[in-house]
Ligand binder design. Sequence first.
Ligand SMILES: CCCCCCCCC/C=C/C(=O)SCCNC(=O)CCNC(=O)[C@H](O)C(C)(C)COP(=O)(O)OP(=O)(O)OC[C@H]1O[C@@H](n2cnc3c(N)ncnc32)[C@H](O)[C@@H]1OP(=O)(O)O
Length: 203
Amino acid sequence: MVPNIFSAGLDITEFYQKKPEETDAFWRTLQDVFLRLYGSKLVTIAAISGHSPAGGCLLAMACDYRVMATGKYTIGLNETLLGIIAPFWFIETMKNTIGHRETEKSLQLGKLYSPEQAENIGLVDQICPPDDVLGCARKEMVKWLKIPDHARILTKQLMRNELINNLSSKRKEDIYNFTSFVQKDSIQRSLGLYLESLKKKKS
Ligand SMILES: CCCCCCCCC/C=C/C(=O)SCCNC(=O)CCNC(=O)[C@H](O)C(C)(C)COP(=O)(O)OP(=O)(O)OC[C@H]1O[C@@H](n2cnc3c(N)ncnc32)[C@H](O)[C@@H]1OP(=O)(O)O
């Protein structure tokens, strides 16, 4: 676990000034990761040790349960703030987690929530002191592992198969949409400015 950061989201340099075949491959890999994690038969608990924007939030939402560290961290799908948009399966995953109305506000505003706010809207299930996040996740895991596996897995599949089948049937179209969107000059300019702003913030 990296202290302070669960995941900074997708590595923007993977789709900034890249060739279309490179961004295609990048997006295909992300789809693979998501489909495997969201559809996993295993119990998956995210121990969110720090910041979790955009793709980081997606990974956390793909798990069965989320424990987040308290502190000055944020989580959410902030794509609109970067001038990009969350694809349909990011949106559906968030709707399945916090409901339609909260997702609508959250996405249009590109909202990043504090751990307490995230717990209030159900984006995370539990908050814990940073040094106890893994401990809290382990305790929760014990509860989940006591449930008969076949019943838990079938229930999970019933809840998740609609989205999994929907994305699986639209993978090519989704890759095409991603690459044609991020290759636009205006989007490349926004991404370049955003990367610059991250570097400036650091110095
Ligand atoms: C129709 C369908 C259409 C489809 C349309 C397209 C859909 C795309 C969906 C996109 C999903 C995403 O996840 S997009 C990514 C969203 N992620 C973010 O906005 C997070 C940005 N990062 C941050 O806010 C911060 O770095 C944070 C995570 C809080 C950690 O802060 P710290 O101060 O500890 O770290 P920093 O010093 O800022 O960062 C360290 C270095 O990492 C770089 N860096 C940080 N995050 C980075 C990132 N995500 N990608 C690349 N580089 C990043 C910084 O520039 C620094 O670079 P050096 O100076 O070189 O070391």
